[in-house]
Design a protein around this ligand. Structure first.
Ligand code: C5P
Length: 234
């Protein structure tokens, strides 16, 4: 069985502050996207990486790939993305050649995911799960609130049992046909691909996630990412 990784990298990253699209911001002197691509290509299971670039940035991303050393045994494709993450993933799936029966979807915004986590996801899909997510227990207690008018306090309506909650990361791994069907049939906005498979009525399973697979979203995350990289380079 062959495995491809789709990397949605078309987001603007407004929460990170002003500047280039998030995936093109530097981390240890190298664009975040290049780290994310290497994280996928470092897995021996992955033989194709499809990068979904900002809609007007596909040429720039191709130039970037040519400028950085990437493993020879991996193929690369670059396609333009869409308005939402969901749309960008769909465009990446549409570009997948035949012959890949397992698909990983990995956020460019998670540049430091260790290869062991990638391999564990692929293994679980090979083992027969239609959808697999890396997951970690939560440190914070989570509250559900009722929406309130701007400036008004939000009343808490529930506190889900923290021991049953998980924060999920990427890469998320899928049986290809299942993910294609999910993207063809599930409508409405979602924040990850596995939730679309859940809506098909299928069971999504977890494997252990990793602290270093955190998402670079806010400025403080960049500080943490630089520190993790520096520690790796010791
Ligand atoms: O915004 P968020 O952090 O959830 O984005 C997760 C991933 O989805 C990022 O890698 C981002 O580049 C990607 N994305 C995309 N197309 C969009 C919006 C986000 O590929 N229109």
């Amino acid at each position: 069985s062959r495995t491809a990784a789709v990397i949605p990298a078309a987001g603007r990253g407004v929460r990170l502050g002003p500047g280039a699209p998030k995936a093109l911001r530097a981390l240890g002197g190298t664009p975040m996207l290049i780290h994310a691509i290497r994280a996928m290509a470092d897995s021996r299971a992955v033989s194709l990486v499809v990068v979904v670039a900002p809609p007007d940035g596909a040429a720039e991303v191709k130039t970037l790939l040519d400028a950085h050393a990437l493993p020879d045994r991996t193929d690369f494709l670059v396609v333009p993305g869409g308005e939402s993450r969901q749309e960008s993933v769909k465009l990446g799936l549409d570009a997948l050649p035949p012959g890949y029966d397992i698909v990983l979807v990995h956020d460019a915004a998670r540049p430091l995911v260790p290869v062991d986590t990638v391999d564990a996801v692929v293994e679980a899909v090979r083992g027969g799960a239609p959808a697999v997510v890396p997951a970690l227990p939560l440190a914070d207690t989570v509250k559900q609130v009722e929406p309130a008018a701007p400036g008004e306090p939000e009343p808490v309506v529930a506190t889900p049992d923290r021991s049953l909650l998980r924060a999920v990361q990427t890469p998320q791994g899928f049986d290809r046909d299942t993910l294609v069907r999910a993207h063809a049939t599930v409508t409405g906005s979602v924040t990850d691909d596995a939730s679309m498979v859940e809506r098909l009525g299928l069971t999504v399973v977890t494997v252990p996630g990793h602290e270093e697979a955190f998402k670079v979203t806010r400025p403080l995350d960049l500080v943490l990412a630089e520190a993790v990289l520096a520690r790796r380079r010791l």
